[in-house]
Design a protein around this ligand. Sequence first.
Ligand code: SF4
Length: 63
Amino acid sequence: MRVYVDPDLCSGCGPCVDTCPEVFDLNDDGIAFMKVDEVPEDFFDACRDAADGCPSEAIVIEE
Ligand code: SF4
């Protein structure tokens, strides 16, 4: 599974970090970024939840 954040869509609201802090964080500009190059399988569900909960649809998942 490939996951990435579109920085042009991200508003920096932050729930993705609360949902899956192992994968998402906010950079110095307040925009979400991926902390890992490859998402471990244990966090696939949390990434899906983060994508579902992103109000800007900025988290893209390619299954
Ligand atoms: Fe950005 Fe979406 Fe995370 Fe909000 S939930 S910080 S818009 S990626």
